[in-house]
Design a protein around this ligand. Sequence first.
Ligand code: ADP
Length: 164
Amino acid sequence: MKIAICPGSFDPVTYGHLNIIERSAALVDKLIVAVFRNPNKHSMFTMEERLDMLKETTKHLPNVEVDAFDGLLNEYAEAKNCHLLVRGLRAFSDFEYEFQRALLLKKVNPKLETAFFMTDGQYSFLSSTGVRELACFGGNVSELVPPYVQHVIEAKFKSDKSEA
Ligand code: ADP
């Protein structure tokens, strides 16, 4: 069985992520979308919220599984018996970081390949950071994230405001 892992923070999942998830899931038997629990990075959404948004927005894809992981990605991939990682590339500026990361992973596990998907042109400007910034100032994110994610974002900001 051909298994691939699409790792990331997904804080929150956007239409750009979903484009990569849909296209890569069509090429493998199983795609694991793995949300990284990064102790060094503050996330706007909890792990539970990020998993929930991903599960809801990928439920139309029967071969996609959503999971959380911490620690080393190569060890997680080994535990899942997976030798293929999927990452997206938006702009040239993504390239250097992704290139170094892929080479480092290959160094620790030469059998682990990373495949890159060029974003669809319409999503090349789209990042979770941008969505978070827009959301912070009450901007409209309806063209950037699915309706369910928009709803979660709005609910979060409403509850943050009422707590302030
Ligand atoms: P990380 O925190 O590891 O950078 P992200 O959650 O930001 O992870 O993104 C996960 C993956 O999705 C990365 O490979 C990233 O390049 C890709 N990605 C994010 N936004 C887009 C987009 N708009 N188009 C294509 N790929 C994207």
